[in-house]
Design a binder for this molecule. Sequence first.
Ligand code: AHR
Length: 496
Amino acid sequence: ANGLIKLDPTRVIGTIDDKVYSGFLEHMGRCIYGGIVDFDCTVPGLTNEKGYRLDVGKALKDLDMPVVRYPGGNFVSSYHWLDAVGPKENRPRRPELAWLGEESNQFGTDEFMEWCEYMGTEPYLCLNMGTGTLDEALAWVEYCNSDKNTYYANLRRKNGHEKPYNVKYWSLGNEVWGPWQVGQMTAEDYSKKAFQWAKALKLLDPDIKLVACGKDGLDTWDFTVTQALITQIDYYSIHLYTSHEEYYKNVTCVAAAERAIQITSRLLDLATITQKAYDKHVKICFDEWNVWDPMRAPGHLGAEEKYTLSDAIAVASWGNLFVRQAPTVGMANIAQCVNVIAPVMTTPTDMLLQTIYYPFLLFTKYMRGQSLNLHVEGPTYKGETGAFFGDYMKWIKTTEPAIMLLDVSAAKKDGIVSIAVVNRSLEEDVVTAFELEGEYKEDVVTYSVYNDDIAAVNTYEKKDVVGIEEKTVKLSELKSFTVKKHSFVMLRITQA
Ligand code: AHR
C-alpha cells in the first residue's frame, strides 16, 4: 500500500503540555508495595535505605513523567490519609474496600512526597469523596501546603517535614459515577458536593488546581458536571481503557479516546459560555488511560497485564492522539506505572520492561514542544472495532466513515521535527512519501518498534523481544519510506 504524509512546520496546532506524559500510582495489587518500594528486600543494592526500588526508579525516571497521581483510583474512596502519616509503628492496618485487601499504611503522604522529590516529579493527590469528609480534605491540603502555625501544618513539621510540599494538583474524587465506587453519587449530588468542596479548598489555598471527576466524555454525567463546576475547577478528568483480543479491534479502538477528548472539550466550551465563565480555560485531565482488559489480564485483580506488540501499537496511537489534541489536553496519566496495568513489572529480584514501555518512552522523550498539523493519506480500516467501554465504539463506527491505518502525529522542538507513524495494517507495509515544507539536514534518525509476531511479549527469560531499533537514514529516502506492517516508527528530522 502507499501512503502520503505532508507536513509544514509553520502550521502549529498548539503546544503539547509536558504533563500529558504523567503517571499514576495506586495502592492496588503490587504497584506500591513490591513495585516502587520493597521494605522487605534482601537483594543487596536493589533498594536504597528508604526502600525505593532503584531499578524501577531508573526505568520511570527515563520516562520523565512531570506529574504522578496518587493514591488512587478506586482505593482513594475509603482512604484516610491520616492513617498513613507519623511513626510507622503507630499506623493502623485497615481493611481496604476497593480491591478487598488490607492496607498497611507503611507508605503514605510523606513517603510519596519524598519519592516524588527523588524522582523529580510533581505530586497530584486525589481526594476521598467516598468515606472522606471535607474537613479531612482541608486537613490534607493544610498538611501538605500550609506554612502557617496551624495544627496540620505543625503535624507535618512534627513528622519531620519543615517545608510545605506545595502540592498543586488535587482531584475531587475518583470515578464517583461508578457502581464499584464507595460513595457512588448521581451527577447532581456530586456536582453540589464538589462545588462546596472546591470553594472551601480554594479558600484555604487559592493556588491549588482542582480537577473535577468526569466520566468518559460521552455521558450525561459529563454534561451535568461540566455545567455545574466550570466556575470552580481548573481541569476536568476523563478515564478510558481500550483493549480487544482481536488485533484490528485492539489497535483501532483507541479512536474512542480521541473522540472522548473532542466531545469533552466541546462540553467544556459550552459550559464556559452558558455559565459565563469567560476567564476559565479548563483543560482535560485524562488521568487514567491505557490498554487494559481486567478479564484477560492475569495476576492479582486482573491487573498484571502482559503486553503484546499489538498493545504497544495501540499505546503508540494513544500517544498520537494526545499530541493531536494538544490544545485541549492539560494532563494525561498512564495507568498505572508499575506492576498494575503497567509498562514496568517486577519480581522481588528482577525487573522487566514490557512492550508498551518503548512507544511510551519515545513519546515522552521526543514528542514535546509544538504539535504540528498534518495531511495523511493511506489505506483505511473499515471493519468492526471495539473498546473497553463497548457502546461508545458502536457509535463511533456509525459516525466515522473509516479509520486510517496510518496513524500519525508530529511535534517540533528545538529545531527538530519528530514524526510518530503507526502502521496499523496487519498485512501490508506502507510505502510512504514524506512531503516536508522547509529545509532539513541530511541525516534522519529513526526509531522503530516492531516484531514479526503481533503477540510477541517481553519475558523475564527473554527481555528484549520487543524494543527500539535505531537507524539513521538519508532525507532523500523519505520520498519512499517503508513503514512496516504493525509497526511504530518515529522519525527525527533536524531543520537546517
Ligand atoms: O487503574 C485501575 C482502576 O481503574 C482505578 O482504580 C479506577 O479509577 C479505574 O476504574
